[in-house]
Design a protein around this ligand. Structure first.
Ligand code: PGA
Length: 250
């Protein structure tokens, strides 16, 4: 059985205290989640959020990025070792905003993936096509290339720790969600690609999350699709009631 996961990606939102209040509100108001809940908090919040999550069985902590080099003269950057030292379990890698605004390409993302795994954390690896690619009906090939270029050098053992997040760029922050059929089509195509490369057992146990304007209203329908194993949630993860409703839809 593969793991259901709902991961929040706060992006560059929430001051320190606002972030802690959000986590506390989510923890306080709910039944035990049916899968894993991950908080993708900004770097400066991580250590304190880790404290709040201590002893929680189904809650985990993610960073939103890390540098591809192990350490050294990279002013302003954050290393994988630093993330481990403050309690991060996951690292979101290859988000389309990182690809677009910070010029992160496939080779760099392959390096980051290796480092995150080497340090014992799990990547939440993002992929997804821009609108033009969707309109030209080449979205499956586009996403397949992203995964091949950054992940397919991994052996089966390492790959088994990777979580994939499919996030069509045209749906991120736009209020325009992919339909559950569009999400299912891509998730099934990704799983078929993984089966071809790593075998059916690995493909079946890989969690593939949907991201892009997933909210309290549409989460249930998206998550009901056979190959959608949860979500990577931006805007709606910033509001405790909405995020809780999405968690409950798992
Ligand atoms: P959104 O963002 O839910 O605000 O569309 C999703 C993401 O970018 O991870």
């Amino acid at each position: 059985m593969r793991q259901k996961i709902v991961a929040g990606n706060w992006k560059m939102n929430k001051t320190f205290q606002e972030g802690l209040d959000l986590v506390s509100a989510v923890l306080e108001n709910g039944e035990e989640p049916r899968g894993l809940v991950v908080f993708g908090a900004p770097y400066v919040h991580l250590q304190a959020v880790a404290q709040l999550l201590k002893g929680q069985k189904n809650y985990r902590l993610a960073a939103q990025n890390c540098h591809q080099e192990e350490k050294g003269a990279y002013t302003g950057e954050i290393s994988a070792d630093m993330l481990v030292s403050v309690g991060a379990d996951f690292v979101i890698l290859g988000h389309s905003e990182r690809r677009q605004y910070f010029e992160e390409g496939s080779a760099m993302l392959a390096q980051k993936t290796d480092l995150v795994l080497q340090k014992g954390m799990r990547p939440i690896f993002c992929c997804g096509e821009p609108l033009g690619i969707r309109e030209s009906n080449t979205h499956v090939q586009y996403v397949a290339a992203q995964l091949k270029e950054s992940l397919f050098h991994l052996n089966e053992f390492d790959f088994a720790k990777v979580v994939i997040a499919y996030e069509p760029i045209w749906a991120i922050g736009t209020g325009r969600t992919a339909s559950s059929d569009q999400a299912q089509e891509m998730h099934a195509a990704i799983r078929a690609l993984l089966a071809e490369k790593y075998g059916a057992a690995v493909a079946d146990s890989t969690s593939i999350l949907y991201g892009g304007s997933c909210n309290a209203q549409n989460a249930q329908e998206l998550f009901s699709m056979p190959d959608v194993d949860g979500g990577l949630i931006g805007g709606a993860s910033l509001k405790p009631d909405d995020f809780r409703a999405i968690i409950n839809a798992m």
